[in-house]
Ligand binder design. Structure first.
Ligand code: EPZ
Length: 451
C-alpha cells in the first residue's frame, strides 16, 4: 500500500501507550475529517462511471488506509497528498472480489456491494467485522440487497453475491431500525439501480446527509422526505466531482471530554457547532465552559460540573459514539450519574475493563432500564445501563482497547490514573488522526512503547 501519513508503523500486539496522571490539558488542536463520512464516500465513489474525483480533508486514519487497500485490490488508482487531498481515478475497475484472506472485513466493505454489483453483476465480500460493541448484525443490509435483486450466499466468512437477470431494480423498503450503515447501503445501492427506490425509517446522521449531497452532485435525484423517508432515482451516468469531508463530530466531543475530565481548556480548531447541538446543550446544562467561535469551539472547565443522566440515541439525539469518552467526564463529577446505551447492546464493556484499575467507586453495569423508558433493550438481559458515582479514582495497570471510542475513553482514564498501559492501539489509530502528538501538545504525559 502507498504511504498513509502519520499512522505509527511497526505496532505489534505488545506495543502500548503509557498514559500517566497529567496536568489539566491545555491548548489548541485541529479536528480531522469525519471517519464515518469519508469511508462512505469512498465506497459510493466505486459506483462512478469513470473519471477523477477529489476528496478534500480526508483524515490520515487507519480506516481510510483499509479502504485504500480495498481500492488497490479493485484496481482503483489514487494519490493521497500531505494536504489531505485524496485524488481517485475510476477508469478501470478490474476485480469484483473483496474477499481474499488478506482483505480487511471492515463495516465499509458491505457498502461497496452495490457499486461492485453494478459494474460486474457479481461481488465477493468478506463478512464485515468492526468494533466489538454488540452483535452488529447485517440482516437489514442483506434483506435490502436481496430486495434489489441480489442472490446472496453466506458461508460464515464471505458473502457471495450475484445480480438476478434484469439487473439491480429500485425497491420500497422499511428499515426495522434507523441503522446508519443500512441506510447508507440502501442509498448507494439505489444509486446503482434502475428505477425509483423509497427507503423509510432511515437514519439521518450528518455523515449520511454528506453522502446524499455528493450523490446529488453526481446526478442522482434524492429527496429526503418527512418521517425519515428517502426517495432515490439514479442517473445513467454517475460522475462524481470533488467533496470536502465535514469535521469529525465524535473527535470534537472526544477532545471536549478530555478537557472537562482533566479540568482543562482545549480549543478545537475547525469544530462545527451544527452537528453537535444536542451534546453541546447537555454539556452547557452540566456547567461546562463552551465558547463557540467562527473557526472552532473552546471547551473548558469553569467549576464543579453537575451529575447527569444521559441516554444515547439516533441523531439528532446524544450519539452513542460520544457516550464512551463522555463517561470519563461523568466519572470525575461528585455524585451519581447514569449512562443509558440504547443503540448497541454491548457498548459499556470498557467500563468493566476499567474496573480492574479503579481504586475507588467502581462503575456499576446493569441490565435494567430507567423506569418508564421505552428502551428496545428492555428485558433482554443486556448490560446497557451504567451507574457512575464520582469521583472515580483510577490506579495503575494494563488495559486493552476493545473499540475505537472506548480507546479514547481509556486514554482519558489514563490521564487521571497512577499509570495505565493501554494495548491494541491499532483500534485507536483506525479513527483518530495523530492522537499521540495532539495529546502531547496539550501537555499529556503519554509515551508510545513499541514492544
Ligand atoms: C455506524 O455503525 C458507525 N460506524 C458507528 O461508529 C456508530 O456507532 C453507529 O453507526 C451508530 O451511530 C460507521 O459509520 C462505520 P448501525 P453501524 O447500523 O452503521 C442494529 C465509530 O466508533 N443493526 O446504525 O454499524 C445494530 O446491531 C463507530 O465510529 C441490526 O440489527 O451502526 C445496532 O444495534 C462504532 N441489523 C443498531 O442497529 C443490521 O443489519 C444501529 O447500528 C444493521 C444494524
Amino acid at each position: 500500500m502507498k504511504t498513509i501519513f502519520n499512522i505509527p508503523k511497526n505496532l505489534t500486539p505488545d506495543s502500548y501507550l503509557l498514559v500517566k496522571k497529567s496536568r489539566p490539558l491545555f491548548g489548541e488542536i485541529s479536528v480531522g475529517g469525519a471517519k464515518n463520512m469519508v469511508t462512505k464516500v469512498m465506497a459510493a465513489f466505486l459506483a462512478s462511471d469513470g473519471g477523477e474525483c477529489l476528496i478534500r480533508n480526508a483524515p490520515f486514519i487507519g480506516e481510510v488506509a483499509n479502504i485504500l487497500a480495498n481500492y488497490e485490490q479493485l484496481g482503483v488508482k489514487y494519490s493521497f497528498f500531505p494536504d489531505r487531498t485524496l485524488k481517485v481515478n475510476f477508469k478501470n475497475l478490474k476485480d469484483f472480489n473483496l474477499g481474499d484472506e488478506n482483505t480487511i472485513g471492515s463495516r465499509i466493505s458491505i457498502l461497496m456491494a452495490g457499486p461492485i454489483l453494478k459494474h460486474f453483476g457479481q461481488a465477493v465480500i468478506k463478512t464485515p467485522g468492526g468494533c466489538k460493541i454488540g452483535k452488529r448484525k447485517i440482516d437489514f443490509h442483506l434483506q435490502g440487497l436481496k430486495n434489489f435483486g441480489v442472490e446472496i450466499k453466506e458461508d460464515g466468512k464471505f458473502l457471495r453475491m450475484k445480480v438476478k437477470k434484469g439487473g439491480l431494480k429500485g425497491i420500497k423498503f422499511k428499515l426495522p431500525f434507523p441503522s446508519v450503515g443500512a441506510t447508507e447501503n440502501m442509498i448507494i445501492t439505489a444509486a446503482c439501480a434502475k428505477g425509483e427506490t423509497v427507503i423509510s425509517n432511515c437514519a439521518m446522521e450528518p455523515e449520511i446527509m454528506g453522502l446524499i449531497k455528493i450523490l446529488q452532485r453526481a446526478g442522482v435525484s434524492i429527496i429526503v422526505n418527512s418521517d425519515r423517508e428517502i426517495t432515490i432515482n439514479s442517473s445513467e451516468n454517475l460522475n462524481f466531482k470533488d467533496v470536502t469531508i465535514i469535521p469529525d463530530r465524535v473527535e470534537i466531543l472526544s477532545w471536549a471530554s478530555a478537557a472537562l475530565a482533566t479540568k482543562g481548556d482545549i480549543f478545537v480548531k475547525n469544530a462545527y457547532q451544527d452537528h453537535i447541538v444536542t451534546p453541546l446543550g447537555i454539556l452547557e446544562k452540566m456547567g461546562a465552559g463552551i465558547e463557540i467561535n467562527h473557526d472552532g469551539i473552546r471547551f473548558y472547565y469553569k467549576g464543579e460540573l453537575k451529575p447527569t443522566n444521559v441516554r444515547t440515541e439516533i441523531y439528532p439525539g446524544f450519539a452513542t459514539d460520544f457516550g464512551q469518552p463522555f463517561a470519563m467526564v461523568l466519572s470525575q463529577i461528585k455524585g451519581k450519574s447514569t449512562m443509558h446505551e440504547t443503540i448497541f447492546d454491548n457498548r459499556l464493556g470498557y467500563l468493566e475493563t476499567l474496573n480492574s484499575v479503579v481504586k475507588k467507586n467502581k462503575f456499576v453495569l446493569k441490565n435494567n432500564c430507567p423506569v418508564n423508558d421505552p428502551c428496545r433493550f428492555k428485558n433482554k438481559g443486556y448490560r446497557h445501563l451504567a451507574e457512575i458515582t464520582g469521583p472515580v479514582e483510577f490506579g495503575k495497570g494494563e488495559v486493552e482497547i476493545q473499540d475505537l471510542r472506548a480507546g479514547f475513553a481509556l486514554i482519558i482514564a489514563g490521564l487521571l490514573s497512577d499509570g495505565l498501559k493501554i494495548k491494541y492501539l491499532d483500534l485507536l489509530f483506525r479513527g483518530y488522526e495523530n492522537p499521540i502528538s495532539k495529546l502531547k501538545s496539550l501537555g499529556a504525559d503519554v509515551e508510545l512503547v513499541n514492544g
